[in-house]
Design a protein around this ligand. Structure first.
Ligand code: GLY
Length: 348
C-alpha cells in the first residue's frame, strides 16, 4: 500500500516493471477517464506495457451486472486472457466493479486498486470487498478479492467535487471514532485544514486510515467478527441511502448513521454522552449532515432498516464502539437494533 502526493507516477513505473508483457486493463468511469485514465493508460504504454482503457458511465447506479457484462465483452474483444491484470482507477464504484470483474475473469486475475476519491482511499480500496448492486440489494453479488497493491495519490483529491470530498470525510471520521482516539483528536484539531484539503495532512490521515484498516482486515479478512466495527454507522446509513432514492451520498448517509447509531447506544448507556457531542461537533465542522434531511420520510427509513432483518436471520445488528477510538471487547462488535423501539423515535 503506497500513499503519497504524486504516487500515480510511481504506480505506472511499478506496474511497467512488475508486469512486463502482460495486458494491463485500466477500468475507469467516464469522468475519471477524462481526468486521469487516458493519461495513465498512455503512460503505461509509453513505459512499454500493453495497456487498454475500459470505461463505463459514472454513478452508483452503474454498479450493476449489466456494466460488468459489458466490460467482460470488451475483455473478450481485447483478447484478454489469464495473464490480464485489472487496474481499478477511480472511486468506490470503480473499485467494487473492477475488483469483481478481476475476481471472476478466468476464475480470478490480479487487481491493482488506484483510488481517486477520498472514500475509496480510506476505505473501499483496501480489504478485498468487491461487488455489484442488484435492484433490491446493495452489494448483493460479489466476492472477496484482495488487491495486489493499492496506490493512493492524494493529489487526485484536488479534482474531487466538494460534496464527494466531504462525503469521504465521513469514512475518515468513522475509522477514527471506531478505532483511533488519537486520529479523532487530530481531525478535531485540524478540521479547517482538512476542509481546505491540506495535502500534507491528507497524506498523514489517509496513511493512518489505511494502516488501521489493514490491521482490522488482517485479523478478520472474511468479515465474520471484529471487522464489523468498520460498519459503525452503516446499518442506518444503508436504510437512509435507500430511503433517499440514492440521492444522499454514501458518506452523507454514514455521517447521519454514525450519529443516530451512537445515540441509540447512548440511550442504552453503551456510549458516553460526551463522545456523542464530540462526534456531532466534528461532523458539523467537516460540513457533514447529522440528522435526517427533511426530504427523507422517517417511515421509509424504518421500513428499509427493518428489511435488513430478513437478510440477517431475523435480527438487525449495528456496530458502535464502547467510546471514541475504543471498539467493544469480545469476538462480535455488533449488537441487536430494535428498529421500532430504538431507532424510530430518533427519526421523529
Ligand atoms: N467498508 C467496510 C469493510 O471493508 O469492511
Amino acid at each position: 500500500v503506497v500513499v503519497g502526493s504524486g504516487s500515480l507516477a510511481l504506480a505506472v513505473r511499478s506496474l511497467v516493471r512488475t508486469h512486463a508483457g502482460r495486458l494491463l486493463v485500466v477500468v475507469s468511469d467516464a469522468r475519471v477517464a477524462r481526468l486521469y485514465g487516458r493519461r495513465f493508460a498512455e503512460s503505461l504504454a509509453r513505459g512499454g506495457a500493453r495497456s487498454r482503457l475500459l470505461t463505463f458511465p459514472a454513478g452508483e447506479r452503474r454498479k450493476t451486472r449489466e456494466t460488468k457484462s459489458r466490460l467482460e465483452d470488451r475483455l473478450v474483444r481485447e483478447g484478454a486472457g489469464r495473464d490480464t491484470i485489472v487496474v481499478a482507477l477511480g472511486g468506490g464504484v470503480t473499485g467494487d466493479l473492477a475488483g469483481f470483474l478481476a475476481a471472476t475473469w478466468h476464475r480470478g486475475v490480479p487487481v491493482v486498486q488506484i483510488p481517486t476519491s477520498l472514500l475509496a482511499m480510506v476505505d473501499a480500496a483496501l480489504g478485498g470487498k468487491t461487488a455489484v448492486d442488484l435492484p433490491g440489494g446493495k452489494n448483493a453479488v460479489g466476492a472477496f478479492h484482495q488487491p495486489e497493491s493499492v496506490w493512493a495519490d492524494v493529489r487526485c483529491l484536488r479534482t474531487l467535487p466538494d460534496r464527494d470530498y466531504r462525503a469521504g470525510l465521513a469514512e475518515v471520521v468513522k475509522t477514527a471514532a471506531a478505532l483511533d482516539a488519537t486520529l479523532f483528536g487530530l481531525l478535531e484539531a485540524r478540521a479547517a485544514a482538512l476542509r481546505r484539503r491540506d495535502e500534507r495532512l491528507l497524506e498523514r490521515i489517509v496513511a493512518r486510515c489505511l494502516a488501521i484498516k489493514g490491521r482490522v482486515v488482517a485479523a478478520d479478512e472474511r468479515d465474520s467478527g471484529p471487522r464489523a466495527i468498520l460498519n459503525f454507522g452503516h446499518t442506518v446509513a444503508h436504510a437512509l441511502e435507500g430511503a433517499s432514492g440514492f440521492r444522499l451520498r454514501h458518506g452523507e448517509a454514514v455521517a447521519i448513521g454514525l450519529v443516530l447509531e451512537a445515540r441509540v447506544a447512548r440511550a442504552r448507556g453503551a456510549f458516553p454522552e460526551r463522545d456523542l457531542g464530540r462526534l456531532e461537533r466534528l461532523l458539523v465542522a467537516l460540513g457533514l449532515p447529522t440528522s435526517l434531511p427533511r426530504a427523507i420520510a422517517a417511515g421509509d427509513v424504518v421500513r428499509l432498516a427493518r428489511r435488513d432483518k430478513k437478510t440477517r436471520g431475523g435480527v438487525v445488528r449495528y456496530a458502535v464502539p464502547a467510546r471514541i477510538g475504543r471498539p467493544r471487547t469480545g469476538p462480535d462488535p455488533t449488537e441487536p437494533l430494535d428498529v421500532e423501539r430504538d431507532l424510530a423515535p430518533l427519526l421523529a
